[in-house]
Design a protein around this ligand. Structure first.
Ligand code: GLU
Length: 525
């Protein structure tokens, strides 16, 4: 019988969740949803020395923001709880004891000093010390000490650890859904610590026990865990759980935009893009690491971008909603090699997702920026006192509709649209020098005259200004229209000028143009 799919995302709360971790959560989620399975959030906090307050809440907030939902977990409960390993603490000792009793593990009493001395001794011979089948016979453990001695040491409360006892000279094969068969010889593997005398299991023991008890069917996690997989396979064997051992899929690393290294926290700071989903204020150092959300990325864009970092749909399609990802996702299309992070591409995704928002939604982003610049937004035109300090919601939405294709992020809205809301405070000197040539005041006065006499409509103004005045008189089109633009906007940027004129209206156009003639007129050359 096919097992029910049950997958888990099992972060350790040691700091903010890196986007590589977010991608792991996402792939688990897509896989769970497409197979009608369950998605579980388990917090692996057995290493108390690395515990960071706030990290668990951060993880939950980030995944919730991205729309990655859980069926069971530390924040939603469920039938296999508790889902935080520190709350399961009392459960692990019996499993450690079972391995000891069955000869799969042994007590080791070596002090940190003794281990250090051993390391130095090996270094002196240009060798590296590893606690394994070759060296365990020279150390202080239950394999070398008498049973009585071991008993005494434990009874008097000596510190100890329980180590896994790898059988010698065997090949251990991990069947990986992405990489195929990965085989390692047990002689190369170190006898990892599973349990400590303070009563805490290590990651390896707790992870395997919990995956078993929580009936996890697939372990989808980062490539950095591949070296631990042979130990995990052996633990399933040692416990007699091989029959229900989960299937493994180790995801490729996320790489730096340049070079081949792993994408690190520092890269984000250095290259100016976030590597965390949300802003993170480090509780110890107070340092701020920036997040996608605060940078103005939309959750859909982040999900879409991450989904394609390491997985491809086998088609040209690039834009995927979460629903589409759930349908299209396929573990066999995950690449083996690392996926290079691409900053420009992530901006492109956000641009595309911004375009999918309604004008009303975009206007909501722009409104607070307007308030910041002293412009209030009112609902009805009747409330508008004087243009410039008050605009209607309808006007803001119209501006957004016209300009949204120029922005990647909501934060760019003001700098992209400000001239729809305020007259130029200054005129760009370089643009003026290039465009505002002798006689320009005369041309601008002529445009003022046309505005006064011709119906205020796009086509009528186009004919009167461009055809009947500029072209018919063989004037310099670029210079006149660009000077007109400088007069209205302050520099030579912006959308089609007459379309812009139609949006700001006749009165505002005339005012801006008159002011420009007065201010700049004198400096004409
Ligand atoms: N707690 C581990 C981590 O932080 C989980 C690894 C796994 O999924 O087995 O990545």
């Amino acid at each position: 019988m096919e097992r029910q799919v049950r997958v888990r995302f099992a972060p350790s709360p040691t700091g903010p969740l890196h986007i590589g971790g977010v991608r792991t959560a996402l792939y688990n989620y897509l896989f769970a949803r497409q197979s009608g399975g369950k998605m579980i959030l388990r917090i692996e906090d057995t290493d108390q020395t690395r515990f960071v307050p706030g990290a668990e809440d951060y993880i939950i907030e980030a995944l919730t923001w991205l729309g990655i939902e859980f069926d069971e977990g530390v924040h939603v409960g469920g039938p296999f709880g508790p889902y935080r390993q520190s709350d399961r603490k009392t459960l692990y000792k019996q499993y450690s004891d079972q391995l000891l009793a069955d000869g799969w593990a042994y007590y080791a009493f070596d002090t940190p000093q003794a281990l250090d001395a051993k390391r130095k001794e090996y270094e002196a011979q240009k060798k590296t010390f590893q606690y394994d089948c070759r060296t365990r016979g020279e150390m202080e453990n239950s394999l070398t000490l008498s049973a009585d001695e071991v008993k005494q040491r434990i009874e008097r409360g000596d510190h100890y650890v329980v180590r896994f006892k790898f059988p010698e000279h065997i090949d251990i094969t991990v069947h990986d859904l992405i990489r195929g068969e990965v085989t390692m010889n047990s002689d190369l593997l170190d006898d990892k610590v599973l349990f400590k005398s303070d009563g805490m299991p290590t990651y390896h023991l707790a992870n395997i026990v919990d995956d078993h008890l929580m009936e996890i069917s697939h372990v989808i996690r980062g490539e950095e865990w591949l070296p631990s997989a042979p130990l995990h396979v052996m633990l399933y064997r040692a416990f007699g759980w091989e029959e229900t051992m989960p299937k493994f899929a180790h995801l490729p690393l996320l790489l730096k935009p340049e070079g081949n290294g792993k994408l690190s926290k520092r890269d984000g700071d250095r290259l100016g893009f976030p590597v965390f989903p949300l802003d993170w204020h480090d509780p110890q150092s107070g340092e701020l690491s920036s997040g996608y959300r605060e940078k103005g990325y939309l959750p859909g864009a982040v999900v879409n971008m991450l989904a394609l970092l390491g997985w491809n749909p086998g088609t040209e399609q690039e834009i995927f909603s979460m629903e589409e990802l759930i349908k299209a996702f396929d573990i066999s299309h995950i690449s083996k090699s690392g996926a290079k992070f691409n900053v420009e591409k992530s901006k492109w995704f956000n641009h595309e997702y911004m375009q999918m928002l309604s004008d009303k939604q975009i206007a909501e982003y722009l409104k607070p920026q307007l308030t910041e610049h002293g412009i209030s937004v009112v609902e009805h035109p009747a409330q508008v006192a004087d243009h410039g300090s008050q605009v209607t919601t309808q006007y803001v939405e119209k501006v957004c509709a016209m300009m949204k294709n120029r922005i990647n992020f909501p934060s760019e809205l003001w700098e992209t649209t400000f001239y729809f809301f305020e007259a130029p405070k200054e005129y760009n000197p370089a643009d003026l020098k290039k465009r505002w040539k002798a006689g320009m005041t005369t041309h601008m006065n002529k445009i003022l005259e046309i505005l006064d006499t011709v119906p205020f409509e796009h086509d009528a103004l186009h004919k009167a200004i461009l055809d009947d005045y500029i072209v018919a008189n063989q004037f310099n089109m670029g210079q006149i229209m660009n000077s007109f633009r400088i007069a209205l906007i302050g520099k030579t940027v912006g959308p089609d000028l007459l379309t812009f004129v139609m949006v700001i209206g006749k009165e505002e156009t005339v005012n801006r143009l008159k002011k420009a003639v007065e201010t700049i007129g004198e400096i004409e050359v």
